[in-house]
Design a protein around this ligand. Structure first.
Ligand code: SF4
Length: 326
């Protein structure tokens, strides 16, 4: 067993310093992904900085946003009255993720920072540029049925596994972080990275930066929303494909739209071009089919995941129809 130090600071600054000073230190909160990674030998931090004593569990409306503390539990956020009323899409996405037991442990911050479930990433006998840069990608020529159809590179074709993040990118959320150089805000769409030539980096966080909260701005998307998740087991599985849809409809005409796909890229995949096509159009199946065709522009599949080229637009159309009818 790997030995590691374990500390439980009560101040954010102490936690940040402990991780910023030590490249082998990691923050831990719910531990629902990190502990798995440690057990399997994917990562071996020499110090765990437990942040559960930091005061980061709040869910409160501030100004024109709902602020979710980074340590708010997924189950608590999903069942919070303000979340369900102001951002029902987020509640739907959270409840589609993991299992009730995991949602009772997983935090908002940890959910967005969970690592890919690419099986080659978890198999130490296989090459993986994300786990060990420069070794190759086992999935490129392997069984890549779970993998990306957008934004992939020759070095990595993994997908991001979070359902919550698909809703947050659609809802224009902003991530609040504190680090050794102070605090900053990151638009949710810029938190996660595409793999490019550095697939070992999942996010644009700097060493020692701690996510403290996520702000979800007020919006008109309180009624016509849907999160469509397609998975292999209804009880508990990561998305083959998911679609987050939020519409503002008046007299049958779409005034505004927010769309994103999950299970298709190294980051939650916002569909801004498709959103623009929806504006001013009637909320009909014919419109939704045109929009799905726009959404799929640029998609490229591999040997075993060609089905996603059909599944993704179908999931999006189904989500649009369900949202419009809500
Ligand atoms: Fe590793 Fe990415 Fe290739 Fe999976 S797809 S084996 S995570 S480099």
């Amino acid at each position: 067993m790997n030995q590691f130090q374990y500390v439980r600071p009560t101040k954010a600054q102490a936690a940040i310093e402990a991780v910023a000073k030590d490249p082998n230190a990691r923050f831990i909160a719910g531990g629902t992904n990190l502990v798995d990674l440690m057990k399997r030998g994917i990562t071996a931090p020499q110090k765990l900085v437990d942040i559960n004593r930091l005061p980061l569990k709040q869910i409160e409306h501030q100004g024109s946003s709902l602020r979710l503390g980074a340590l708010a539990l997924n189950s608590v956020v999903a069942n919070d009255t303000q979340v369900r009323e102001r951002h029902p899409l987020l509640a739907l996405a959270l409840n589609a993720g993991a299992s009730p037991q995991l949602r009772n442990m997983a935090t908002v911050g940890g959910n967005m920072l969970q690592r890919t479930r690419c099986t080659y990433f978890y198999d130490l006998s296989m090459p993986c540029n994300k786990r060990q840069p420069g070794t190759g990608c086992g999935a490129l020529e392997g069984i890549n049925r779970m993998h990306a159809i957008f934004g992939h590179s020759e070095q990595c074709i993994a997908v991001h596994p979070s359902d919550m993040s698909v809703a947050l990118v659609a809802l224009d959320a902003t991530v609040q972080v504190s680090g050794p150089r102070g605090s900053r805000s990151i638009p949710f769409a810029d938190l996660h990275r595409l793999p490019g030539t550095t697939p070992e980096r999942d996010t644009n966080l700097e060493p020692g930066e701690l996510i403290t909260a996520v702000d979800v701005p007020d919006s008109p998307f309180t009624k016509h929303v849907h999160y469509q998740k397609v998975r292999e087991r209804a009880s508990y599985a990561f998305a083959l494909v998911s679609a987050a849809v939020a519409l503002d409809i008046e007299n049958g005409i779409i005034k505004a739209a927010r769309l994103a796909l999950g299970g298709v890229a190294h980051k939650p995949w916002r569909l801004t071009a498709a959103e623009q096509v929806l504006v001013g159009q009637p909320a009909t199946e014919e419109t939704f089919r045109r929009v799905a065709a726009v959404a799929m522009q640029g998609a490229k599949a591999f040997k075993h995941n060609e089905y996603k080229l059909r599944l993704a637009p179908n999931a999006l159309i189904q989500a649009l129809k369900t949202a419009a009818a809500a």
